[in-house]
Design a protein around this ligand. Structure first.
Ligand code: SAH
Length: 206
């Protein structure tokens, strides 16, 4: 998976490649789809939600430039796979999931795997998660109409934020946002992606 799908497409962050080699992705996939766990595609995890494609998880994780000391926020826990990866790459992770069942399931799995620096919270992550702010890195794993102000407000100076921003036709531009040392924000598009919609106060309407 890592060699064919990720390194070959240009992800070079050695720590991301190592963690994705070691973490058992099949544990985050429902039993009925286990055979497809390492396939080059997102997979359904129930309740209409998905676990992201391995390459996209790698791309988002490497864009955050994690070195091990960061406080990280994830919006959209889903299966908990991306949260577990981030937990291995940073000092601490707060991950927020709107759907109670998914939040509970991810909490159980992450504790079984010993990811002690990952805290899963049930709630509206379009508001960020104030208790852990400010964050050195933020990843939003659902499609947003625009950058939710409460989330960017929780980004520390020098911090990186990755978010799929709606670009019409059901696609989004995966966008890297930086808060510079003087406090302003800069944006750069990475690539085109297709995520499930972000819900909640600053999410997609309907
Ligand atoms: N990161 C996940 C994939 C996320 S799929 C993984 O590694 O498996 C998108 C997730 O965002 C879904 O689980 C969905 O329920 C959740 N979501 C949507 N809107 C949300 C919101 N406002 N707050 C928190 N989670 C939200």
């Amino acid at each position: 998976m890592v060699e064919q799908q990720i390194r070959r497409r240009g992800v070079r962050d050695q720590r991301v490649l190592e963690v994705m080699t070691l973490l058992p992705r099949h544990l985050f996939v429902p039993m009925s789809l286990r055979d497809a766990s390492y396939a080059d595609t997102p997979l359904a995890i129930g309740l209409g939600q998905t676990i992201s494609q391995p390459y996209i998880v790698a791309l988002m994780s490497s864009a955050l430039e994690l070195r091990g000391s960061e406080r990280v926020l994830e919006v959209g826990t889903g299966s908990g796979y991306q949260a577990a990866i981030l937990g291995c790459l940073a000092a601490s992770v707060h991950s927020v999931e709107l759907v109670p069942y998914l939040a509970e399931r991810a909490t159980r799995l992450l504790s079984r795997l010993g990811c002690r620096n990952v805290a899963v919270h049930q709630g509206d992550g379009s508001l960020g998660w104030k208790d852990g702010a400010p964050y050195d890195a933020v990843v939003v794993t659902a499609a947003a109409p625009m950058l939710p102000a409460p989330i960017s407000d929780q980004l520390a100076r020098g911090g990186r934020l990755v978010i799929p921003l709606a670009a019409g036709d059901g696609y989004q531009l995966l966008t890297l946002v930086r808060r510079t040392e003087d406090g302003s924000l800069s944006e750069r598009a990475i690539t085109s992606v297709a995520f499930m919609p972000l819900r909640g106060k600053f999410g997609m309407r309907n």
